[in-house]
Design a protein around this ligand. Sequence first.
Ligand code: LLP
Length: 731
Amino acid sequence: MRDTKIMSYHNHFNYKRGELFCESTCISEVAQKVGTPFYLYSYNSLIGNYRKFAHTFSKLSPLICYSLKANGNLTLSRILAQEGAGADILSEGELHKALQAGFPPQKIVFAGPGKKEKEIECALKENIFMLNVESASELELIEKTAQRLNHTARVSLRLNPDVDVKTHRYITTGKKENKFGLVFDEAEKLYEKIKKSSLLKPVGIHMHIGSQITSSEPYLRALEKAGELFDLLKEKGLDLQYIDMGGGFGISYKKGKPPLDIEELAEKIYPLIKKREAKLIIEPGRFLVGPAGLLITQVLYKKRRREKTFIIVDAGMNDLIRPSLYDAYHQIKKLKEPDEAESDETVDVVGPVCESGDFFALGRSLPKISEGEYLALMDAGAYSFSMSFSYNARPRPAEVLVKEDHWWIIRKRETYQDLIKGEVIPDELFSSSKDSSAKNFSTISPSKREVAIFPSQKEPIFDLIPFTKMQGSGNDFIVVDNRGKIIKDRENFSKRVCSRKKGIGADGLLLLEESDKANFKMRIFNPDGTEAEMCGNAARCIARFVYLKGIAGEKCSFETLSGPISSYMNETQVKIRMKDPSRLHLNLKLILEDGSYEGHYLDTGVSHFILFVPEVEKAPLEKLGPKIRYHPYFQPQGTNVNFVEVERNGLKVRTYERGVEGETLSCGTGVVAAAIIADIVRGLGSPLKVKTKGGGLKVYFQRRDKTNFAQVFLEGEAKVVYEGRYERKGK
Ligand code: LLP
């Protein structure tokens, strides 16, 4: 077995049974459900890294402020907040996120060379622990703002100690040519100003010398300087208590390149802090989240050229920019464990973005990779999602958290709607009038002009709900993606939209909703507002809908009230696996006013009564349908009623549907019930073709014994009729 241990610290990514697992979850199974690309984080790795870090520095009882810029995901941040961490932030946006995640304001520190007045104001109002000040002008603005708010501001100055940390030049921050902080003399002078001000309260000295630092030595040199300044200022009578040494703790991205030895660092800084009786603040980011995250991507194409082989994957530089920006190295693992006997090949792993800088690895020797397989970019928990963007109109990926054998989507994949959120098209620019728009513009009154220019910034006049009208074998449905809960009063909404005269008109409303067990949940509402458990034609329609909208792939599984359903797409034909039938009752005699009728009962997800008739066209459906549906035997739920004619090549079925309270052109679960009963009673076998008014269907099943059936599938067409927007009433 090759390379089973992947990370040096809290490693929760291992091959088991030939597959890469995160904790006890098989990653490729998550990939199939969530789609790629997506980020995946290990809960135990995150917690483990935090505890290891806290334990290592525990002798100094530091305040550990997690640097939110590494990964600001709310769930991950909340996990750390609950472990007792504070937060290091860079902007008002990060302040809002930190508070949202649950970090207490008194554990929040705020650094950054370009804080705006509004950001300073917000930090003061929230009463955060300290502002780490990076220039004389900033200090002046803080003082003014504090005065305006009648507040004191707790401040530390960020010392730029001018030390080389030997990391990538873009992430070196403690050299005097870098924009960050104040050099020794500048800082010394400004502390005088702080000392004199009644509005500024000195807290300590701050530093952050760079990121991905793998040796203790630069920290020690920087701390020596900070210590010197600390001593000098104390002598001058400043009441300083804290030394904030920033973040930067390097991790192991490459095999053979060890992470920073934090035990050694803790050991070495101990005397420097202790001798000054200072309190310590540390701001780790990457060390906590970096090794806890992966970016999962799928190989789209393999392109061979004489010079080289390209592996083109579905993640791009917009999802993970570190290799393009810093020449950063991320290990790439196959989710299928590589075969040791096979030789490696040298490839470029590249993304789909229109930039030659869009790559994850160049000239890398990797085990053989095939089209369609999944890959993991390792150690992608830090500065990966947080630096993603949507160039080329590529929605940003989903984020998933794994804890043992459980997993949750902790951030949904961006939608195309998200990509245009906030965009405004000025109507005025596209006016069809021949007159110049400028002339038009000047002739309309100011109030009208405003509406004309930015109509979408006004209160919406209509509340329009996007829907797709679909039909499956003549059952027509209105399908609405309700994952954003745009429809709350589902029953009334169904009544309105399904109305043939006053609404769109349909046999039912299908709502696509969130599920934590499957790709999604399907809910079906009848035109009378009642909720149905399941309908085979509806299931086919929704399976095609999610496929066409890119919500799920050709195969998917979804929840219904009557249990899980799986579906398989074949162009416009969709095959769905139905629930195994139950509650069979053969030769059931129903006494009605005008005589008795013998039929059969079966539950194929919903209740069905089957009545064999010589000629289905002539069956008294309108008369008998409602009587059987409301027969006391089936109460309180009632039943659907199917009239079935046996033909040479299969069956002909007409259905009276409960809820619709009339005949529908076809009913999927009814057709399945008819086929199974026909096999029991007439021995017709599988597969069985069934004609309905809405079109042909095919039922597949396996008969286990006389009355037991399994592996039941229904196949038939599912088509989009049109798409539109429905005006919600009474907004
Ligand atoms: N404190 C301050 C003031 C910072 O600016 C940073 C990171 C940290 C703490 C946390 O540093 P860490 O422990 O994560 O190294 N995008 C780059 C890294 C930029 C670091 C920015 N500042 C990358 O992907 O390597």
